[in-house]
Design a protein around this ligand. Structure first.
Ligand code: AMP
Length: 181
């Protein structure tokens, strides 16, 4: 496969203006995922800092973090753990509340999904304010794991999420960034 540049990855992401509400530029990665070359390159790039590290599990945030996280876990020969919206997981869970732009939401993991001391990577498609990823970090730390890093295809740096995670002591890897929301 020939080399796909980060610019090509950026161009493979479709922007939908005013979705799901006016003023939001929705960064749609379905166009990236549907292209074999860009999908493969994105996974290769996301795992790069940990390609020779021992990683026990990859935690993916619902829902696009499942697609990317599953592929990242396979690449690193690690297990995959879903972090889901409340009420979706069938076994005993641990839960954390986090703020959205309007109001609160909660996310959950199975309490036995990870073991104390395991080395984990967190995955989602995009980091904006960092509220979602911060909640996932809290949940994972409550279960006593070591978070080696968090990776995202897209950064919206003006919203400060990457800095928020770095300040929490979590190394952040992002591949492309867009201005604004
Ligand atoms: P935040 O908690 O503000 O960092 O938001 C990150 C979560 O919201 C991720 O799960 C993203 O998939 C989603 N998200 C936030 N802003 C956008 C956007 N402009 N385009 C696509 N997804 C977004």
């Amino acid at each position: 496969m020939d080399t796909v540049t980060l610019q090509e990855i950026k161009e493979s992401i479709r922007t939908i203006p005013d979705y799901p509400k006016p003023g939001v530029q929705f960064r749609d990665i379905t166009t990236l995922l549907g292209n074999a070359r860009t999908f493969r390159r994105v996974i290769d790039e996301l795992v790069e800092p940990w390609s020779v590290a021992k990683v026990d599990r990859v935690a993916g945030i619902e829902a696009r973090g499942f697609i990317l996280g599953g592929a990242v876990a396979h690449q690193l020969a690690a297990g995959f753990v879903p972090i889901r919206k409340k009420g979706k997981l069938p076994h005993t869970t641990v839960r954390v509340a986090y703020s959205l732009e309007y109001g609160l939401d909660e996310m959950e993991m199975h309490e036995d999904a990870v073991s104390r001391g395991e080395r984990i990577i967190l995955v989602d498609d995009l980091i904006a304010t960092g509220g979602t990823a911060e909640a996932a970090v809290k949940l994972l730390r409550r279960l006593g794991v070591e978070i080696l890093g968090a990776c995202f295809v897209i950064d919206l740096p003006e919203l400060g999420g990457s800095k928020k995670l770095t300040d929490l002591g979590v190394p952040v890897r992002t591949l492309v960034s867009f201005e604004g929301h």
